[in-house]
Design a protein around this ligand. Structure first.
Ligand SMILES: *[C@@H]1O[C@H](CO)[C@@H](O)[C@H](O)[C@H]1NC(C)=O
Ligand SMILES: *[C@@H]1O[C@H](CO)[C@@H](O)[C@H](O)[C@H]1NC(C)=O
Ligand SMILES: *[C@@H]1O[C@H](CO)[C@@H](O)[C@H](O)[C@H]1NC(C)=O
Length: 320
């Protein structure tokens, strides 16, 4: 069933996840790209003419193989991001051109400056696709897929597909400027009169997971004790932490998280169909605490520094 992959993506965080994940700073990556962009006019200004010629030659000889690859668009934001990133990475590895479906574009393009071209629906309908169901982790065989018109299906989300090109993936899922501006404004408001704030994004996945997770997938939801413990970790580490809590079960969060400490901000209106505000807030935080699910996974993948996850995220009788 389709949700299986969705869950697998989450559990693949396992190798990372025992307690703390250190990550590249998004800001650092941004600077590297700016430096690259700054450098290129110098090349074409004649300082390094050979380099410029060489670059043109590379463009000519680096022609892709025939055919088109795409990915089946399904699920919500977290899954869409996983599909996009897996397509991007696998097509690149196999030297094929990647196009996205209209559905993928509709989810991602309003939020991110994605670059893969969109297939027109009429065209998409005429291409003799071969559906190719991928399981949710990278395998040796995916380095050599011999298909001209391939459509990936499934719910890939695992970092194992794309972590080797992390900077490119993060570049692909850069927020639009107006979202950055709005989010920074929002964070300023949350900051209030505090002087030395450290923002911690907290994603609490509830909703249908409350039933499905323990009963069907034998996974564990982050509970109250876990969240308190994770927040206390940051409270001892930073002078003025502020926890920005996003959830599709805000009532539970408000009941379960002790906000008398004055450092908790509950965000969002639980409208899952337009989740970009919550997603952007989480992704613009300095550090993060996550529970289960691809939404939190992706927000965390974009966050600068530390991510907290819990041990024993499956029940003993889980298949995962
Ligand atoms: C701000 O807080 C951090 C820890 O959260 C601390 O290392 C730093 O010295 C503080 N800066 C100032 C100006 O108080
Ligand atoms: C919430 O935290 C405060 C301390 O910040 C504590 O005094 C209070 O007992 C806590 N409330 C609950 C319900 O745990
Ligand atoms: C995780 O599960 C293992 C095996 O059941 C157990 O030995 C260990 O104490 C658990 N760790 C935590 C932090 O609960």
């Amino acid at each position: 069933m389709s949700q299986k992959g969705y869950i697998l993506g989450v559990f693949l965080l396992g190798p990372f996840s025992l307690s703390v994940i250190l990550k590249f700073s998004k800001k650092q990556i941004g600077i590297q790209w700016e430096e690259l962009l700054d450098a290129s006019p110098m090349l074409s200004n004649g300082l390094e003419p050979e380099a410029s010629d060489a670059r043109n030659m590379i463009c000519e000889t680096k022609k892709k193989r025939d055919g088109i690859w795409t990915v089946w668009s399904s699920g919500q934001l977290g899954n869409q991001l996983g599909q996009y990133a897996a397509l991007y990475a696998l097509a690149k590895l196999n030297d094929h051109e990647a196009y996205i479906e209209q559905g993928t574009h509709n989810w991602l393009a309003p939020i991110f400056k994605i670059s893969l071209p969109v297939l027109h629906r009429d065209t998409a309908g005429k291409i003799p696709w071969r559906n190719f169901r991928i399981h949710d982790w990278m395998s040796e065989e995916y380095y050599h897929i011999d298909e001209k018109y391939l459509r990936l299906t499934g719910y890939p989300s695992s970092w194992t597909f794309y972590h080797h090109i992390r900077e490119e993936i993060i570049w692909e899922i850069t927020f639009h400027d107006f979202i950055k501006a709005e989010t920074n404004k929002h964070l300023e408001l949350i900051k209030g009169t505090r002087k030395n704030v450290t923002f911690i994004g907290v994603h609490v996945h509830r909703g249908d997971y409350v039933q499905i997770m323990p009963k069907v997938w034998k996974g564990v939801l982050g509970d109250k004790t876990y969240l308190e413990k994770a927040m206390d970790y940051f409270r001892t580490k930073y002078q003025e932490p502020v926890f920005v809590v996003a959830s599709n079960g805000m009532a539970w969060c408000m009941e379960s998280i002790n906000a008398s400490t004055g450092d908790i901000y509950f965000s969002g209106d639980e409208v899952e169909s337009s989740p970009w505000k919550d997603f952007a807030l989480l992704a613009h935080s300095d550090h993060s605490i996550m529970t289960i699910g691809t939404f939190g996974l992706w927000a965390n993948y974009l966050v600068g520094w530390e991510t907290i996850y819990f041990t024993n995220f499956t029940l003993p009788d889980s298949n995962f």
